[in-house]
Design a binder for this molecule. Structure first.
Ligand code: ZN
Length: 340
């Protein structure tokens, strides 16, 4: 791959990211056609069921004879809501296809690239971190048959989520709040525990609204105790389905794995969990957290503080994490990464 290849592939990644929050249950994808050294067409799907990135880009490119296609994800080999992209591309006499990463969907994985190769098109697979990161939620959901779960927490420098039990504590600033708003919209659903509903009484809606195939879902993990009936999250909100309340109904507690599989069957492919500590701990203990976004505020909350993770839990022992992103948001710092 040349440095020019890297540049056009980066453009495909940029386009893919624009579809974030809109394409579920499909992955986000970006495509760029380059002919005679210049971009001749670009595309990404705006919603699920619309033309795929490659086809969208083809419409603006016109004649692509001898062109190179840069695409963030392997062109699909199977027919879904739209026809197979690899089959549509095969007869176009492209010179080359540069693919960000192979499609984890077993219906396509490698088959799309093979179809293009058999049509006489040179192919290259970058298989880089950025391409894989773009489809991280899609890859986890398709592999595990449960929604991808990202855990977002905000804590003080001394490791507490709140100043004292039951006290609403705003630790982080506006820049982090804006980031979380975008993070919510990038997932299919938001999820909190009952404690967060009791203390913060959130609405759990998203801004701006997206063109989704399924309405954005709001989920509360309620445990055995009923939620306060006046909770804002239980009231109807135009444009949203009623909040999904997961309750255990028994002394053994909620089977989180089974609950997540049930959400997957309802079409939910990714969830942003916004705590609190009890739910976060339960998810980590069961190995159900695929990515964490941990914001640290320059605040000390002192001895009455509520620990960000339940004390004494097995979530604390020997689980190794890998940070891949460190970012500042105003006065706050975010660490993001995955379990090793
Ligand atoms: Zn496709």
């Amino acid at each position: 791959m040349t440095s020019l290849d890297r540049l056009f592939l980066a453009r495909a990644y940029e386009l893919a990211a624009r579809g974030r929050g809109n394409t579920s249950p499909n992955p986000i994808v970006g495509a760029v056609f380059v002919r005679d050294g210049a971009v001749s067409g670009e595309g990404y799907p705006h919603t699920a069921g619309e033309a795929h990135a490659e086809i969208e880009a083809l419409r603006s490119a016109g004649d692509v004879t001898g062109a190179t296609l840069y695409v963030s994800l392997e062109p699909c080999a199977h027919d879904g809501r739209t026809g197979s992209c690899a089959r549509a591309l095969a007869p176009l006499r492209l010179a080359r296809v540069v693919i960000g990463t192979l499609d984890p969907n077993p219906l396509t994985h490698g088959n799309g690239a093979t179809m293009l190769h058999e049509a006489g098109i040179d192919g290259e697979i970058a298989d880089d971190d950025e391409a894989r990161r773009l489809i991280e939620p899609f890859a986890v959901a398709i592999e595990r048959k449960r929604p991808y779960v990202a855990l977002k927490m905000a804590i003080s420098l001394d490791g507490f989520a709140a100043a004292s039990p039951g006290e609403r504590t705003q630790l982080t600033g506006d820049a982090w709040s804006a980031y979380v708003r975008d993070l919510r919209a990038a997932h299919d659903a938001v999820m909190v525990g009952a404690g967060t509903v009791r203390v913060d009484d959130p609405l759990l809606t998203v801004r701006p609204p997206r063109h989704r195939l399924h309405p954005y879902a709001r989920i509360v993990v309620a445990g055995a105790r009923p939620l306060p009936p006046a909770s804002r999250v239980l009231a109807p909100v135009p444009g949203y389905d009623p909040t999904i309340v997961l309750s255990s109904g028994g002394a053994a507690g909620l089977d989180l794995e089974a609950a997540l599989r049930g959400l997957y069957e309802r079409g939910i492919r990714s969830i942003l969990c916004e705590g609190g500590p009890a739910l976060a701990t339960a998810l980590i203990e069961r190995g159900l957290v695929d990515r964490f976004y941990w914001a640290i505020a320059p605040v000390l909350l002192g001895p009455e503080g509520v620990p960000a993770l339940a004390p004494g839990s097995s979530a604390r022992h020997g689980r190794e994490l890998r940070f891949d992103t460190v970012e500042r948001f105003g006065d706050d710092v975010m660490l993001s990464g995955k379990f090793a």
